[in-house]
Design a binder for this molecule. Structure first.
Ligand code: KG4
Ligand code: ZN
Length: 327
């Protein structure tokens, strides 16, 4: 079965072709340069760029996979959550191709896509039935429990997402965009003694909060006593420590021994290293390949493949769902 997958939920236009669970080709146009000067994604501009690029990317993905569009059997497309206008670009293209090629299309949840991104290429039997999952990206900070194909949220951020916090902190220091990756690479091989004492956040339940940390960083950036790189390292450690506290809590409460960490921030090298240091004796840890941490269509096609026997064909009347939850 050949699957054409489309992802346009934010600022990456991505197309992938899969043969069942295997990715044959994948292309991504990142709009970062177009949004850079605004310091964040401008939805209207994002929609226009998706419209401009999407068919060129479909042509490229098909030619990289060395197949004709008529060989495609199914279309998988992100339906949400995400920006309404950008989601609609992907959906209208999926519906049009479905109509012309006379093949079904399936609307897939972006967050489910992220969760399964950790297993792209694997057969279903490889995926743990029960796991704690953590989705950490520019738009989401969610911890929950996966039970077969069902998901339950334990907690979410009450204010900023962790990736958004990386981006905002970077802006305070005039660092280049995309910021999370930049901060990660800047600090990757550095070590610092006596890190700055940033107030710890540990809400009682499973929720997260990042706005206090951002404000603390803003105030610290004005004071000369703080050295920039050491300050950023202290920030990164605190931002990630909050995640670890909740993983620890969930692990103790639910006694589940699998952990899936996905989303743009999951490519962070400090996070990957420290997660292993902290949890490798207690938990089987699953991260996506770094190329599948950030938004991509391969995870959408792969999610369709895993759910193919449970999903109904989507209807032409179905629209984007910008706030679609998975629980
Ligand atoms: O999953 P994603 O591509 O898009 C959303 O669905 O939001 O995540 C993008 C976010 C951005 O906030 C970016 O700064 C952050 O992920 N990010 C990182 C790293 N790479 C991307 N944050 C920390 N370390 C990284 N290496
Ligand atoms: Zn995402």
């Amino acid at each position: 079965m050949k699957i054409l997958a489309i992802e346009t939920s934010c600022d990456d236009t991505s197309i992938a072709i899969l043969e069942n669970n295997i990715v044959i080709s994948t292309v991504i146009y990142s709009q970062i340069n177009e949004h850079k000067k605004f310091g964040g994604v401008v939805p209207e501009i994002a929609s226009r760029i998706h419209s401009k690029k999407i068919f060129l990317l479909i042509e490229k993905a098909l030619s990289d996979a060395n197949i004709n569009i008529k060989e495609i059997d199914k279309i998988a497309v992100t339906g949400g959550p995400g920006l309404i206008g950008t989601l609609q670009v992907g959906l209208i293209v999926a519906k049009t191709l479905s109509l012309i090629l006379n093949i079904p299309f399936y609307i897939i949840n972006h967050l489910e896509g992220h969760i399964y991104s950790a297993f792209i290429g694997e057969e279903e039997s490889f995926i743990p039935l029960n796991a704690i999952f953590l989705i950490i990206s520019g738009g989401h900070t969610i911890i929950g429990i996966k039970n077969k194909f069902e998901f339950k949220y334990l907690g979410e951020t009450r204010d900023d997402a962790i990736g958004e916090t990386y981006d905002k902190v970077a802006k305070i220091f005039n660092l280049p965009y995309p910021s999370g990756k930049y901060i990660d690479e800047l600090l990757e091989y550095k070590e610092f003694d006596n890190l700055y004492d940033i107030p710890k956040v540990n809400l009682k339940n499973y929720d997260f909060s990042y706005s206090g940390l951002k404000t603390w960083m803003f105030n610290a950036s004005k004071k000369e006593e703080y050295k920039k790189e050491k300050l950023l390292f202290s920030f990164q450690k605190q931002a990630i420590e909050q995640l670890f506290l909740k993983i620890e809590k969930a692990y103790k409460e639910f006694n589940i021994n699998n952990l899936i960490i996905v989303g743009g921030v999951s490519s962070n090298s400090y996070l990957r290293k420290e997660t292993k240091n902290r949890f490798k004796d207690k938990l089987n840890i699953f991260f996506p390949k770094k190329i599948y941490s950030t938004d991509n269509a391969a995870m959408i096609g792969y999610t369709y493949y895993l759910k193919r026997n449970k999903l109904k064909e989507s209807l032409y009347s179905e629209d984007a769902k910008p706030n679609w939850k998975i629980e």
